[in-house]
Design a protein around this ligand. Structure first.
Ligand SMILES: *[C@@H]1O[C@H](CO)[C@@H](O)[C@H](O)[C@H]1NC(C)=O
Ligand SMILES: *[C@@H]1O[C@H](CO)[C@@H](O)[C@H](O)[C@H]1NC(C)=O
Length: 344
C-alpha cells in the first residue's frame, strides 16, 4: 500500500511537472494556447497578451537575403529594429524596453539596434537616462560588452548586416571610436563616403557583403560625422514621431528633428512604433495589427515609400505573426510588390 501511494504521488508529480506538460502538448501551432516556449513549433514562442491566456506567436525572422536574394540595394529591404535594445529586464529600478539579450535579439532576426551612449566613469556606457548624463540607477552596461557581442554575431554570420542607431551623448573626443576599435567592430565598418546622398539607392547588399562592410552606424550627434567619420543619422534617414504620438492610429508625422517624411533626398525610412511608457504585457497590442496599419499609414505619409526600419519595444510580444510578420509584409512590398516576402 505504501509503495502504491508513493507511485501515485510520483505519477501526479510527473504529470504536472512543466517538462511533462510540454512533452504531452508539443508542436502547437500559431495561435494555439500554450504554457511554455517548448510547447510551440520551431520559430514560435509562448507569450501572454494582457489578460488573455498565453498563445504561440511568431518569434523568428524570415531571412530576406536567402528567401529572395541579396542582389538588391540595401534600401530595398526592411529590418526589425529594437528600441533601446540594451534596456533589458533584470536590473532593479531600471526601466526596461526589451527582455531578450542582444545575442538573442540578433539570433531571432533583429537587424538594427537603438543604443543610448554616454560618458560614464571614464568609459562609454549604455544608459537609459536623462539630462544627457548617466547615473548609477540609469546605467545598463559598458558599450564595449554589447559591441563585442555584435562583433561575434557578424563574425559567425558573414551574410548579415547590422545597423546601429546611436542616441549619442558621448562628449569625450574619439570616445566612441575607441570602443568601435577595441571591440573589433571597425573591421565591418561601412564608410560614410559610401552612403548615398540625394536619395540615391544604397549599394547592393551582395556588394556590402563581398566588401565585408556589414556594420552601418548612425549617430544623433551631427558633429561626429566630421570628427570621427560616424554618419549623422538625419542626413540619411527620415523618421516619424516616437512614443505615444507615434502610435496614434492613422497619423504618421515626422519627428521634430527629422526632415519631412516626404523628403526623398534620404533613402531610408524609419518607423518608431512604441508607447512612451513600456508595459511588457500590453506591448503585444502595439506589435501586430496596429503596427501593420501604421506602416501603411506611413507609406502614404512618406510619399509612397515603405518602411526600412521598424522599431518596437519587447519585439516578441505580439499576437500571431507580430513584428516578424510586419517585416515580411514590408519585404514583400519593397522587394517584389507583393503582400509578403514569401510571395516574391
Ligand atoms: C529560426 O527559424 C529557422 C528556420 O526558419 C531555424 O533554423 C532557426 O533555428 C530558428 N531560430 C530561432 C532562434 O528560433
Ligand atoms: C532578386 O530578387 C528580386 C526581387 O524578387 C528580383 O527582381 C531580382 O531579379 C532578383 N535578382 C537575382 C539576381 O536573382
Amino acid at each position: 500500500m505504501a509503495s502504491f501511494k508513493f507511485f501515485f504521488v510520483v505519477t501526479i508529480l510527473v504529470m504536472f511537472h512543466p517538462a511533462a506538460i510540454s512533452f504531452v502538448s508539443s508542436s502547437l501551432e500559431l495561435g494555439d494556447q500554450c504554457s511554455l516556449d517548448e510547447d510551440c513549433n520551431v520559430g514560435l514562442g509562448c507569450y501572454k497578451c494582457g489578460i488573455e491566456v498565453a498563445r504561440c506567436v511568431r518569434s523568428n525572422i524570415t531571412y530576406p537575403f536567402s528567401v529572395v536574394n541579396n542582389s538588391m540595394p540595401f534600401n530595398k529591404y526592411a529590418f526589425l529594429t529594437t528600441h533601446n535594445s540594451f534596456a533589458i529586464e533584470g536590473k532593479p529600478f531600471h526601466v526596461a524596453t526589451q527582455e531578450d539579450t542582444i545575442v538573442q535579439q540578433l539570433n531571432s532576426g533583429v537587424r538594427a539596434l537603438m543604443l543610448d551612449t554616454y560618458d560614464y566613469q571614464g568609459d562609454v556606457w549604455l544608459c537609459h537616462s536623462f539630462d544627457e548624463k548617466c547615473f548609477e540607477l540609469t546605467k545598463f552596461n559598458r558599450a564595449i560588452d554589447t559591441f563585442t557581442e555584435i562583433f561575434a554575431f557578424l563574425t559567425v554570420n558573414p551574410l548579415e548586416i547590422v545597423t546601429l542607431f546611436l542616441v549619442d551623448y558621448v562628449k569625450s573626443p574619439n570616445g566612441l571610436t575607441k570602443v568601435f576599435t577595441d571591440s573589433g567592430l571597425k573591421k565591418f565598418w561601412f564608410p560614410v563616403k559610401n552612403m548615398p546622398l540625394g536619395g540615391q539607392d544604397w549599394p547592393l547588399v551582395k556588394d556590402m557583403v563581398a566588401n565585408n562592410q556589414r556594420l552601418i552606424v548612425f549617430t544623433s550627434a551631427e558633429s561626429k560625422q566630421n570628427t570621427e567619420g560616424i554618419a549623422y543619422q538625419l542626413k540619411y534617414v527620415v523618421e516619424n514621431q516616437y512614443g505615444d504620438d507615434g502610435v496614434k492610429p492613422g497619423e504618421c508625422s515626422n519627428r521634430g528633428e527629422s526632415a519631412l517624411l516626404t523628403n526623398k533626398n534620404k533613402a531610408l525610412v524609419l518607423v518608431n512604433h512604441f508607447k512612451t511608457v513600456p508595459v511588457k504585457i500590453l506591448t503585444c497590442e502595439d506589435n501586430f495589427e496596429q503596427l501593420v496599419d501604421m506602416i501603411k499609414t506611413c507609406y502614404l505619409a512618406a510619399g509612397n515609400r515603405w518602411t526600412n526600419y521598424v522599431a518596437v519595444n519587447f519585439y516578441k510580444r505580439s499576437i500571431e505573426g507580430g513584428t516578424f510578420q510586419a517585416v515580411d509584409i514590408l519585404n514583400g512590398k519593397l522587394l517584389c510588390r507583393r503582400d509578403d516576402v514569401h510571395a516574391c
